[in-house]
Design a protein around this ligand. Structure first.
Ligand code: FCB
Length: 488
């Protein structure tokens, strides 16, 4: 009814002008919420020292695929295979971060970033995956890390963001247990060389994505469609590779180095906040992530997971299970969208609620909007496994960004998305959940895997022909958040 009455008519009914109405409303609000001049963000602060960052990955930004002796990775092969990526796009040049890193670190400084998450291309360090290291393999990373440190920005290093050296895939990739060992050798060597400058390392990025899209659905590199049995064994080899890498990094670095993972847990969210629904979401967090974060935390596969697989369950030894659960210093979470959970009478005690077709999403259809995921995932993980430290290692969105006539990009949908997700993250830290930092995906528009350059995720617009960078409205928003250490 109210919205059928114009503001002017409403003012007349209430006996004043519209201006008088809004002034008296402001005065009333002030008496409830404090002085009208107190900043709106005062109650949405993050803890002091909260690490505001941004994340990228080697193949998505670096380009320079033939420089300094880099060997081919499965993403070079896949992107160069007809029909695999949007428009046949490849990461051959992308943001050319390899050559423009200094300018991009200036952008980071301008934003006030405290930390920057990047990944190392394994095939720069070991061009064929194993054997002799390339003497120039780490040169670029040393240069880039030095520039970060000079700018007062802490480097956060991921050792594997999906770009497996092609020669290892030729010998079976993650289906072959030797790959897990090769990964540990590479991770230990690399962390050892960088640990005088880098304090925090992550073994892998999003195990679930590269396993399920790369080897199950075939929509990511290496584009295979394995059956359930082979996929379950491969998944086991991946978590084993993670555990072996944790041990190798510890063995080759001095005490004080922190090791974690950037994992995309299925972020379970109760359909509403009652005790029973919350309990269902907690059970689902453990069970739905049984073969990834749960086994890393508990050193065993859940009974339900093994029962469900039956004869397709992986082979494993008790020693391997111990290795998989090597203690971590922090858990990184990549969270974009929620998975809603309700109570259910079944043995598992919960059910996943499929989204109705009207459920809102961002430009990428997979990014359904559910800011509460940034509250519930950290909370449930803390409750389940007493996590000491958590980071949101990725969160962000694609948007149909366009340069406006004034050459600016007004990505109000991205700002809306970030503001709402950060509000829920602030709720978590205000309750004492130990989230220590947040990495926005991403600093720059970049090569978005099978979506090529079609989906832009940056808070900085990139013209891929000229390499010109234009900070978007969301960059101004993020700068303000960092400066105030609060949602605004
Ligand atoms: C995540 C990936 C990251 C990027 C974002 C949009 O799944 O880790 O590389 O593609 O999605």
């Amino acid at each position: 009814m109210l919205n059928k009455i114009s503001r002017r008519t409403l003012a007349r009914i209430l006996g004043g002008s519209t201006t008088a109405l809004s002034l008296s409303a402001t005065a009333r609000a002030a008496s409830f919420f404090g002085s009208p001049s107190s900043p709106a963000h005062a109650d949405r602060l993050f803890p002091q020292g909260f690490l505001w960052g941004s994340a990228t990955a080697s193949y998505q930004v670096e380009g320079a695929v033939h420089e300094d002796g880099r060997g081919p990775s499965i993403w070079d092969t896949f992107a160069h295979t007809a029909g695999k990526t949007h428009n046949g796009d490849t990461g051959d040049v992308s943001d050319d971060f390899f050559h423009h890193y200094k300018r991009d670190i200036e952008l980071m400084k301008e934003l006030g970033l405290k930390t920057f998450r990047f990944s190392i291309a394994w095939s720069r360090v070991f061009p064929s995956g194993t054997g002799q290291p390339n003497p120039h393999g780490l040169d670029f990373y040393h240069r880039m890390i030095d520039a970060l440190l000079e700018a007062g920005i802490e480097p956060f290093c991921t050792l594997y963001h999906w770009d497996l050296p092609q020669p290892l895939q030729d010998r079976g990739g993650w289906e072959n247990k030797d790959t897990a060992k090769a990964f540990a050798d590479y991770a230990g060597y690399t962390a050892g060389k960088l640990s005088s400058k880098v304090r925090r390392f992550m073994t892998m990025n999003e195990m679930r994505t590269f396993v399920e899209l790369g080897y199950g659905l075939g929509s990511h590199a290496p584009g295979l469609k394995l059956n359930q049995k082979r996929l379950a064994q491969l998944t086991h080899n991946v978590v084993l590779g993670h555990g072996l890498a944790v041990q190798a990094i510890r063995a080759q670095t001095k005490p004080g180095i922190e090791i974690g993972i950037a994992d995309n847990v299925l972020a379970t969210v109760p359909v509403y906040e009652s005790t029973a629904q919350i309990e269902a979401a907690r059970k689902a967090m453990r069970e739905e992530n049984a073969m990834y974060l749960t086994v890393l935390q508990e050193g065993r596969y859940t009974d339900l997971y093994l029962e469900r697989l039956g004869q397709d369950a992986p082979n494993f030894t008790p020693q391997e299970m111990k290795t998989i659960a090597s203690p971590l210093d922090f858990i990184g979470l990549n969270i974009y969208q929620p998975t809603y959970i309700r109570t259910d009478d079944s043995r598992q005690g919960y059910a996943i609620v499929p989204s109705p077709s009207s459920y809102p999403h961002m430009l990428s259809p997979w990014i359904t909007i559910g800011p509460e995921a940034l509250y519930w995932a950290p909370r449930l993980i803390t409750e389940l496994w007493k996590a000491k430290a958590l980071y949101i290692t990725e969160n962000g969105t694609s948007s149909a960004d366009q340069l406006a006539p004034d050459a600016q990009v007004y990505d109000t949908d991205r700002v809306m998305f970030l503001r709402n997700y950060l509000t829920q993250l602030q709720r978590a830290v205000a309750e004492g959940i130990p989230v220590k930092g947040y990495f926005l995906w991403s600093l720059l528009d970049n090569f978005e895997w099978a979506d090529g350059y079609e989906k832009r995720f940056g808070i900085t617009y990139v013209d891929f022909t000229t390499q010109k960078r234009t900070p978007k409205l969301s960059a101004a928003f993020y700068k303000e958040v960092i400066q105030k250490n609060a949602v605004c």
